[in-house]
Design a protein around this ligand. Sequence first.
Ligand SMILES: Nc1ncnc2c1ncn2[C@@H]1O[C@H](CO)[C@@H](NC(=O)[C@@H](N)CO)[C@H]1O
Length: 147
Amino acid sequence: MRMLLIHSDYLEYEVKDRALKNPEPISEEQKKGRLDEVLAVFISVEKVDETNPEEVVEKALTEIKDVAGQVKANRVFVYPFAHLSSELAKPDVALDVLRKLEERLRDEGFEVKRAPFGYYKAFKLSCKGHPLAELSRTIVPTGEVKA
Ligand SMILES: Nc1ncnc2c1ncn2[C@@H]1O[C@H](CO)[C@@H](NC(=O)[C@@H](N)CO)[C@H]1O
């Protein structure tokens, strides 16, 4: 899994078109979304994650909690983003991982939104620009090699 974490004044998105034959079914309300004062986490779920998705979710949770604690963010925007890796996991595995991560973040007390999966989306992001505002993390199941 590759994550790009951007501490932001806001992140807002608008669904434009389907990017997969079978994108995640969404309600009218989910076609647009915005969070203010948010840690935006752009995520590419990778093929290597398929060997142990549960472990990758927990490792991603740990990393996000660590960064959120450092930048004092209590809101997290989980944003499916297929552009951080050339070794992407299958869509069904990726969606399951992202849904589980969203759930675990809520368990930990974060206010969480997740952008819809399988769509082209317009988005606006306002990065805060402080030294910890732009971070990346690579996560793999134990025993796998980080490419
Ligand atoms: N392994 C994976 N990890 C994360 N997201 C993934 C994925 N496989 C498919 N997606 C989702 O399907 C859209 C088309 O690839 C992706 N759409 C996007 O990445 C938008 N930024 C538009 O390009 C994403 O929603």
